[in-house]
Design a protein around this ligand. Structure first.
Ligand SMILES: Nc1ncnc2c1ncn2[C@@H]1O[C@H](COP(=O)(O)OP(=O)(O)OP(=O)(O)O)[C@@H](O)[C@H]1O
Ligand SMILES: [Mg+2]
Length: 323
């Protein structure tokens, strides 16, 4: 079935991007749960040191993938140890021993976020492309990126490094990583937003910045859409009745509430329209679930995605197999 959600799940990496607080982690979790529910071997990579995704399963992820649920593993990206493990695969051992032992390296890594970002990108590439042959491959990796600015500087790094380092070891590695992320059959960039004006503005900016890197927004997730409770005609009818029948004066109050709901709905529709016009990618709408949090919210968003993909889920929520 060709549907944007099904198409996303055919890629090896889904990078979830967006402004702080729009729901990147929730959407990443839901996409990962949906993938796992379909029997895909799924790895959720988090970059937030609080590791909220794994915490939702009562686990602390390590530098190596740790099982969170059926078909679902979690990993934290960013710790120095995991990055050095990656370097070990790229740089010959004897050289590496000298590098790690040098105070210049220690200084370099802590002083230059660029080096860390480059290694983070390499580590993701590594998880797909340099998987030991005796270990099963990941069907899909969902990457919960840091908020927009930081995510962009991380995504930009292989492109910068291959220019800077040319034909050297680092340059060649950066080139492979950059090509990998640009390959639209393998990697999808998903921009999460809400109707909030700042979030919409940042999403447009993000899409332009990705465009400059020749990275494409594969889909926009419009999160926290409020439920449609009233239509304009309902409000008009209510006001007419309230003025006609003096016994129903209290309807004025409800009419006010309805009017402000209507205004919000219109604001959301306009935001969606702007995004649709300016970013050509398909949109996935997820509804606001007031009062739901953590695993209940995750289950609900997963179900919303599954409904949008119009395919039944074969996954039981809340099952936590031992790791
Ligand atoms: N559709 C939704 N309905 C209700 N609450 C939601 C929805 N999506 C996200 N939330 C809530 O919004 C808050 C922010 O979500 P989340 O942590 O996923 O965002 P984030 O973009 O990862 O934030 P951060 O920038 O802090 O990493 C959380 O409390 C989450 O429960
Ligand atoms: Mg988050």
């Amino acid at each position: 079935m060709t549907n944007i959600i099904n198409e996303l799940l055919e890629r090896r990496i889904i990078a979830v991007l967006g402004k702080g607080g729009v729901g990147r982690t929730s959407v990443s979790g839901a996409l990962a749960m949906l993938a796992a529910g379909r029997g895909l071997r799924t790895l959720a990579i988090e970059t937030d040191p609080q590791t909220p995704l794994a915490a939702g399963f009562g686990k602390r992820p390590g530098f190596a993938p740790r099982r969170l649920a059926a078909n679902l593993w979690g990993m934290f990206l960013g710790g120095q140890e995991s990055l050095e493990d990656y370097l070990g695969k790229v740089v010959p051992r004897p050289i590496l021993r000298i590098v790690f032992g040098s105070s210049i390296y220690q200084h370099f890594v802590s002083a230059a976020p660029a080096v860390r970002e480059l290694m983070m990108m390499g580590k993701i590439y590594d998880a797909i492309e340099r998987r030991p042959s005796n270990e099963p491959r990941w069907d899909v990796i969902v990457l919960d990126t840091p908020a927009s600015g930081q995510a962009l500087s991380m995504l930009r790094m292989p492109f910068v490094a291959r220019e800077r380092f040319g034909e050297s070891l680092v340059g060649r590695e950066a080139d492979q990583v950059a090509r990998f992320f640009r390959d639209r059959a393998l990697c999808a960039m998903v921009a999460v937003t809400t109707a909030e004006p700042l979030a919409v503005a940042e999403t447009l900016e993000l899409s332009r910045a990705l465009d400059q890197l020749d990275l494409e927004v594969a889909a926009v997730v419009f999160n926290r859409r409020s439920p449609a409770m009233f239509e304009a005609v309902d409000v008009a009818r209510m006001v007419r009745r309230a003025t006609r029948e003096s016994a129903l004066r209290h309807l004025d109050y409800f009419a006010d509430v309805a009017r402000s709901e209507l205004k919000r709905k219109n604001r959301e529709a306009r935001a969606l329209e702007v995004l649709r016009r300016q970013i050509g990618a398909p949109h996935i709408v997820l509804h606001e679930r007031r009062g739901l949090a953590e695993s209940a919210l995750l289950a609900d968003l997963t179900r919303q995605l599954a409904d949008s993909a119009a395919s039944p889920l074969s996954f039981e929520f809340g099952t936590q197999p031992s790791s």
